[in-house]
Each structure stands twice: as structure tokens, then as C-alpha cells.
Design a protein around this ligand. Sequence first.
Ligand code: GPP
Ligand code: MG
Length: 282
Amino acid sequence: MTTSTRPIPSPYQNDIARYWNEEERPVNLRLGEVDGLYHHHYGVGDVNWSVLDAAPADRDQAIIDELHRLETAQAELLIDSLGYVAPEERILDAGCGRGGTSLLAHARFGCHVDGVTLSSKQAAFANEQAELGGVSDRVAFHTGNMLDTGFTPGAYQAAWNNESTMYVDLMDLFGAHARLLKRGGRYVTVTGCYNEVYGQPSKAVSTINAHYECNIHGRSEYFRAMAANRLTPVEVRDLTPLTIPYWELRAKSSVATGIEEAFLSSYRDGSFQYLLIAADRI
Ligand code: GPP
Ligand code: MG
């Protein structure tokens, strides 16, 4: 087990660390308990709506299992876009949360994975999951700042942010990824962004920002910041239609948190989008 600690410099970063150190929402913990993959992102794909008709004694767990299946499908989709990673290579999960995507990526490629999160509690939790899974020799979670990891420049074949870009300045973030990635390495993000076709962000976006203490970016910011940092898009997918069913099921579940309507209304009216962007480090 490796847990390195670097200084957390800004008041906002302290706020983020506090937020995620204190977070214990059943929508994350109960889903993670299904199989030990704890995610901090949403789901994609068709819902098996028959779970709503399960026998009363089984219904709640059937819905939890289904939400978890859709969240795991989202992580697999992101990993699909990382390209081939050889077992001896390293990959980076920036804003790794409790580690679900990292563990899935290791299962896919067998490679070394470093996850970084500002939350020491998340890093410790994720390391425990890696231990339990018997992969802690290759998968390590670190308490630290994704903008200043201290990791070896040029050492990474792939890097990603699974719904964590809204906590950082994108110029700083992509500068950091460009330094860590090898030339020809792959960067992927799945993110929510506001749709600048409609100008400024809608009230729903402000509600989401307040809920998670984050700052959602506009779509064009991603492409500007990538272009400025040697990251050239190879794939852009609008996942909005694929994630709406997840939110519809979540809204009907016992683990709904109250944020569901803000996602559903802004995805449906087009003011907010769920995007996957993959880019090559040139
Ligand atoms: C949290 O996931 C996700 C974010 C903070 C990013 C916000 C995402 C956008 C697409 C805007 P979580 O799994 O911790 O959230 P919840 O507890 O609501 O499931
Ligand atoms: Mg969640």
C-alpha cells in the first residue's frame, strides 16, 4: 500500500477535501457494497425497468444493483477509450474518489494504476479495496492534488478524469496531464458541461455546482484548454441520451439525493450535456 501526502495549498482545495472526507451518501456506499467497486460518477445505458416490479422484499436491492450496473458500464465505456495499455505501463486516475474506475482499468489491462484524490479518507478507502482485491501491488491511491501530483513526467501511457474536472481550472489540469503523459499517450474525460449554444449556464447548473461544491465548465473550454496543452481530440461523444435513463431510475430509488431533477431537466432541455472526450498527447 502506498499513500503519499503532499501539501493541499488553496482554501478551495481544503473545502473539496473536507467535502469528500465527510461524504457518505447511500447512493455511493450501497452501490459500492454490491461488488466492492465504489464509483463517484453516474450511469449509462438502457435500464432494465423490470426491477421496479420486483417483489417488495427484493425491490430496493434490485434497483440498487441496476444503478450499480449502469455506473460500472459508464466506467467500462471510459476505459474502452483509453486504447491499448500494456501490463508494464502506468495509467493515472485523476480525482479517483473511492477507486472504482482504477480497479476496473487494472482488471482490463493488468497495468500499474495511480489514483489521486484530495480526500485522505477516499484514498485510504480505495487502498483498502485494492488490498481486498489483492491488487495493491499494482494499484495505489494517493492523497494529493491532481494539478501537482509529484509523479514522474512522461511516465503515463494513459490518464483520465471521470467526472472530476469540475473541481479545477482546465488550463492547469491539461498542462498537468500533458506533462505526465508520454507522447502518443491517451487522455479521456467523462464530464458534465454546460451547452454554450444557450449562452451562460442555467439555474440547474448552479444547483448542481452548489450541491457538489464544484464549478462546471462550458463545453468549449475543454477544447481550448486541450489545444493549448498538446492534447488533440480523437473522439467526442455526447452521452446525454445514454445517461438520462439512469437518472430516471435513480429518481425513483430509495437512494435518490434530491439532485436528480436538476440533471434531468437540464439534460432534457439541452442546456447541460454529458460528454466523453478522448485526446492524444501529441
Ligand atoms: C459525484 O459523483 C460527481 C461529481 C461531483 C461531478 C459532478 C458531475 C457532473 C456530471 C456535473 P457521486 O457519485 O459522488 O455523486 P452522487 O453522490 O450524487 O451519486
Ligand atoms: Mg454516485
